[in-house]
Design a protein around this ligand. Structure first.
Ligand SMILES: C[S@@+](CC[C@H](N)C(=O)[O-])C[C@H]1O[C@@H](n2cnc3c(N)ncnc32)[C@H](O)[C@@H]1O
Length: 193
């Protein structure tokens, strides 16, 4: 409940950057993490950690604190996350700088990117910058990129642009069935290279 309130406060402060009124549901979180098995040589980066709705499930899959890097823009959210997930490396910063954030972290090769960035409500140039950063990890190979898109925003130009960007490089996504137990309902999309 406290988590929902904090998320809603973050939304009121910055609706376009937060991009949703409630955190992801457990059903969406579990789907986002299906088949993801991080370790220190194959770490997972979580983009847009929010209040940790996905982190809560991800931490059960993380063998040690060398296997995870979280990046979240909102400094109030990061303060709470650092208390709640004290063992995890969570950086207050932008996904636009994820390559340098990862370099500075000293952590190992990136095997998975779990992305919760609200591309649909961000300025185009920010979305493009983030995709180019993600691609720096993907193009090396051995990396899975997974994100979710809300059903109501699926045909919005920036949602289509993301899919085209990834499809042109890594083929058609694996799309989940619609996760109706989420507000709003969403699909997960996965590309592997
Ligand atoms: C839709 S919420 C998802 C939060 C959480 N992962 C969940 O699933 O409930 C999007 C999150 O992305 C963060 N965010 C937006 N732009 C960002 C950026 N450029 N870099 C890092 N985080 C960003 C927002 O502050 C917000 O916490």
């Amino acid at each position: 409940m406290k988590e929902n309130l904090q998320f809603f406060q973050a939304f009121l402060k910055n609706p376009l950057k937060v991009g949703a009124i409630t955190p992801s549901s457990p059903e969406l979180a579990v789907k986002m993490l299906e088949g993801i098995t991080p370790n220190e040589n194959n770490i997972v980066i979580e983009l847009g950690v929010g209040t940790g709705a996905i982190t809560k499930f991800l931490q059960q899959k993380i063998p040690n604190n060398e296997s995870y890097l979280g990046i979240e823009l909102d400094e109030n959210l990061v303060k709470t996350l650092k208390m709640r997930y004290a063992a995890l490396k969570i950086v207050c910063g932008s996904a636009c700088e994820m390559v340098s954030i990862h370099e500075n972290s000293g952590l190992g090769k990136v095997g998975a990117i779990i992305c919760c960035i609200p591309f649909v409500s961000l300025p185009n140039e920010v979305g493009e910058q983030i995709l180019l950063q993600i691609d720096k990890f993907m193009e090396k190979g051995g990396c899975t990129f997974r994100t979710f898109q809300y059903a109501h925003g699926y045909y919005m130009p920036s949602a289509i642009k993301l899919r085209e960007f990834m499809r042109n490089r890594y083929g058609i996504s694996k799309r989940s069935a619609l996760i109706v137990k989420n507000v709003p309902p969403a699909y997960t999309l996965t590309w592997e290279n």
